[in-house]
Design a binder for this molecule. Structure first.
Ligand code: ATP
Ligand code: MG
Length: 196
């Protein structure tokens, strides 16, 4: 069973690359951003609170996303590996993820960090904002999301270092298929090493 975590700043291509990797390795793709947007679309009690946070670029509370994610995972059938896109996004989420995987006796997931500089990210997200219709794809909120990423999400890397968990960093700049090829090369290397 192969489990991957696609990590990186907003606009680094997590969604796009996750779908391609899910296809390549036969994994189940779960985007926590999509799970939340589905929740908002359902118009449940939580919808307004979630949308209020997303639209200003803040993270939703850890307990909420953990609950939503593991409910979703429990409903899935089969023992395909997972590719999580946008999770973990805080130190605490990383801790809980590892606990949960250990409890299920699943292999520790590989953290795959996409590296893209901020200027390029801003450009991509402004471009995406023209068509995405997403409340968080405009300049003010994008800047806020970068800040949240540095303050709350980058510590995830720290957690993986401290706990000696597997992690690779991949250059996320270039054509989509070039980045995919780099990702596959890095992940295949990890698979090879873990089989030795
Ligand atoms: P990308 O463009 O690389 O796909 P993104 O940062 O633009 O990533 P999503 O992953 O779709 O966007 O997340 C959108 C919003 O959903 C976040 O800004 C945050 O408010 C919320 N969110 C998503 N995942 C989490 C999480 N794991 N914990 C808390 N909030 C989350
Ligand atoms: Mg996304």
């Amino acid at each position: 069973m192969l489990n991957l975590l696609l990590f990186g700043p907003p606009g680094s291509g997590k969604g796009t690359q996750s779908e391609l990797l899910a296809e390549h390795y036969g994994l189940e793709h779960i985007s926590t951003g999509d799970l939340l947007r589905e929740e908002v679309a359902k118009g449940t009690e939580l919808s307004q609170d979630i949308e209020a946070l997303i639209s200003v670029g803040k993270l939703v509370p850890d307990h909420l996303i953990l609950d939503l994610l593991f409910k979703h995972i429990n409903q899935m059938d089969g023992k395909k590996g997972l590719i999580l896109d946008g999770f973990p996004r805080t130190y605490h989420q990383a801790e809980e993820l590892v606990k949960e995987f250990n409890a299920r006796q699943w292999p520790i997931p590989l953290l795959v960090a996409l590296d893209v500089e901020e200027e390029e990210l801003l450009e991509r997200l402004l471009e995406r904002g023209k068509v995405s219709g997403r409340s968080d794809d405009h300049e003010e909120t994008i800047r806020g999301r970068f800040k949240v990423y540095h303050e709350q999400s980058e510590p995830v890397i720290q957690f993986f270092k401290e706990s000696h968990s597997p992690m690779i960093e991949i250059d996320g700049v270039g054509a989509i298929d070039e980045v995919t090829a780099n990702l596959i090369r890095g992940i295949d290397q990890f698979i090879k090493e873990s089989n030795n």
